[in-house]
Write a protein that binds this ligand. Structure first.
Ligand code: ATP
Ligand code: MG
Length: 648
């Protein structure tokens, strides 16, 4: 593997380091020796009505209870808007680029305050109170961000739902959350495909029937198309909300009051509704934005994640706004309507920080580097990725071709459960290793457990756990504390288990090896499927691939590979080439049992590959595929089943 590539911290002369390596070390020390003092100091990054004097209380043992800053009081919308109103009243807080309409909207902090207050008044008028759940199901439009902030202003718990879910998927989540209100739009565009929102929600509410608590729906007109409205339940968002007053006194929330709930991507099974607490979440959003994104006032941050994911919550909304920056949203795609579209937007809006998913980097790569070379990308100063492992070659491509070797690449590892980055670099301060998410942030105590359940020191490989609570940790799973305890705290006493595997190298850098159930054992040899994917990812004839383990009567488990060939490549790839690459670079024992060249892979709505389904398809267990509601395009399943059957 290419873990010997090291890019020194000083390789970016134009990138100001926010601290010295000694200061970073000092933070780590302080967080270890006096965690409460350390976190109470970091808590000052946000605005409190009543400053906390208490740090952590609780335990990972027994029933598991987690509490941070318990005596503090705050309001998230105040942290994100009001506290900036004096100095930044006319600074742009939000740029919303609407691809289909070919226009964009910029809201200053003052505008944002007005819009949020009007909606807070409207929701209150309709009976929404502190603690009520409000489902937000909107495309990437300003109202999505306004809605989240308006909920937090009145203390309502938002549950942002991805609009591409099926009616079943939405119904299930609406019932589970007990939402009293829905804020939606009539439709969205995904490339040239129209995605209905309101119609799907109508169907979802019909399916949910009496089990739903939804009393009204606000509908943003996101296109000219009219949608049927149910009198007494449905309101046109702007016709209704814009009449309300542009001021609203924010509700003081106790730090531990729930701020929002959010369903995980569903890569490993039934999605979990994670619950985050107001104080700890806001501190985490501000801390990680300051440390990893090294956010500065004039930064324009474009995080391409949908607001329905944790990256959308923290890197699109709460992180950049808590730090007084400009955040950009867009409903565009990297290669639609033409390759290089994102590069043009970066130049047009002078984006300084681009954060995206490895799959988008791969999509850009597949178009070839000339597309990027022709563009002016000089406004960029930092590049980031999150969500999935990024292979060293994709990392280097992003760094060299998009960042022109001027911008550090921050590979950040986090989960819906962690609220924000927990493993990631402090750019300009730490050397970078392509493919590694660097090291835990100060205050995050990571542990690697070996197969015997023992914490390993130094270089190690095993289950990635966290030994001590951090403020951004989720507090529970909605209405299911027992599942919370089981899922995260039952693997080893006193440890939070992330579900992922990792390797720590001699320098203390972490390399995510994939989900623990993606590590396979072939005749006694442990093989991380991520390693296979890295190797294949380095071959330009392959756009993307997924490797999974299937049961094998002799070897215990065997490897099966699904790969998407690059149609634009000069030479094509066949199954034998794939096998040869793996055997040459890993070893004969890893020779795949089968290789399938496929047009696409099953993905969650957030773009992650669902290996659980590939495992079943590869082993012929197609009768028991389980819940497919999290998939972006369920039709790929039959294509893959067909391919496997025909090659058997
Ligand atoms: P579910 O928990 O429902 O199966 P999910 O884990 O995909 O879904 P998220 O919380 O959105 O839902 O994703 C977190 C996971 O994404 C991590 O546990 C990890 O497996 C993967 N991940 C995130 N960032 C990175 C990264 N930088 N490198 C490698 N993997 C990452
Ligand atoms: Mg998960």
């Amino acid at each position: 593997m290419t873990d010997h590539t090291v890019i020194p911290a000083g390789a970016y002369p134009d990138y100001p380091a926010i601290m010295t390596p000694e200061q970073l070390q000092g933070m780590r020390e302080k967080a270890r020796t006096d965690p409460d003092a350390f976190w109470l100091e970091q808590a000052q990054r946000v605005h409190w009505f009543r400053k906390p004097t208490q740090g952590f209380s609780g335990s990972f043992e027994k029933d598991v209870s987690i509490s941070w800053f318990a005596d503090g009081e705050l309001n998230a919308s105040v942290c994100c808007i009001d506290r900036h109103l004096t100095e930044k009243r006319d600074q742009v807080a939000l740029i919303s680029q609407r691809e289909a309409e070919g226009r964009s909207e910029s809201l200053t902090y003052h505008d944002l305050h007005e819009r949020v207050c009007r909606l807070a008044n409207a929701l209150t008028y309709l009976g929404v109170k502190k603690g009520c759940r409000v489902a937000i199901c909107l495309p990437m439009v300003s109202e999505a961000i306004v809605s989240m902030l308006a909920c937090t202003r009145i203390g309502a718990i938002h549950a942002v739902l991805f609009g591409g879910f099926s009616a079943e998927g939405l119904a299930e989540r609406l019932v589970d959350s007990g939402a009293v209100a829905v804020i939606t739009g009539n439709m969205a565009w995904r490339g040239d495909k129209a995605v209905p929102y309101k119609d799907t929600l109508d169907e979802a509410l019909k399916k949910a029937g009496d089990n739903s608590s939804v009393q009204f729906m606000l509908v943003v007109r996101t296109s000219d198309e009219a949608v049927p409205m149910l009198p007494g339940r449905d309101y046109d968002y702007h016709d209704f909300v814009d009449h309300f007053e542009a001021d609203f006194v924010p509700v003081a929330m106790r730090a531990e009051d729930p701020m929002f709930m959010l369903y995980t991507s569903g890569s490993t099974g039934k999605p979990k509704a994670v619950v985050h607490a107001t104080g700890g979440y806001m501190v985490w959003a501000a801390y990680t934005m300051g440390m990893v994104y090294t956010h500065r006032p004039n930064d324009v941050l474009w995080c391409t994640a949908d607001v329905a994911w944790i990256t959308g919550h923290t890197s699109v909304v709460y992180g950049p706004l808590a730090n007084g920056g400009t955040t950009m949203i867009s409903d565009s795609l990297p290669t639609f309507p033409y390759p290089g579209r994102w590069f043009d937007l970066i130049d047009a809006y002078k984006v300084t920080m681009l954060f995206t998913a490895p799959t988008a980097v791969r999509a850009m790569m597949a178009e070839g580097e000339v597309v990027a070379q022709k563009r002016d990308l000089s406004s960029l100063r930092l590049l980031g990725v999150a969500g999935e492992p990024i292979s060293p070659d994709a990392w280097l491509w992003y760094h060299d071709v998009v960042g022109k070797k001027r911008c550090p690449v921050a590979d950040t590892w986090w989960q819906t459960e962690t609220a924000g980055v927990v493993l990631g670099p402090i750019p300009g301060v730490q050397a970078l290793k392509p493919g590694s998410a660097t090291m835990p942030l100060p205050g995050v105590e990571m542990v690697i457990l070996n197969s015997a359940g023992k914490a390993e020191m130094g270089a190690a490989d095993g289950a990635l756990c966290i030994a001590r609570s951090w403020p951004g940790q989720c507090r529970t799973l909605w209405k299911d504390h027992e599942r919370f305890r089981q899922a995260y705290f039952s693997m080893a006493p006193g440890l939070y288990f992330t579900g992922d595997g990792a390797r720590r190298d001699e320098d203390g850098y972490y390399w995510i090896t994939g989900r623990m159930d993606d590590v396979i054992n072939i005749a006694g040899h442990r093989l991380g499927t991520a390693e296979v994917e890295d190797i294949l990812g380095e071959d330009h004839r392959i756009v993307e691939c997924a490797a999974v383990g299937v049961p094998h009567s002799v070897k215990g488990q065997a490897l099966v590979v699904f790969a998407i060939p690059n149609r634009a490549a000069v030479t094509s790839v066949d199954e034998k080439d794939v096998t040869r690459l793996i055997v040459n670079l890993i070893g004969r024992y890893a020779a795949p049992e089968a290789v399938y060249l496929v047009p696409d892979l099953p993905r969650t709505r957030s773009g992650k590959i669902v290996r659980r389904l590939l495992r079943k398809i590869a082993s012929g267990e197609t009768e028991t595929l389980g819940d497919l509601s999290a998939l972006s395009d369920p039709s790929i399943i039959s294509t893959l089943c067909e391919r496997v059957r025909s090659q058997m």
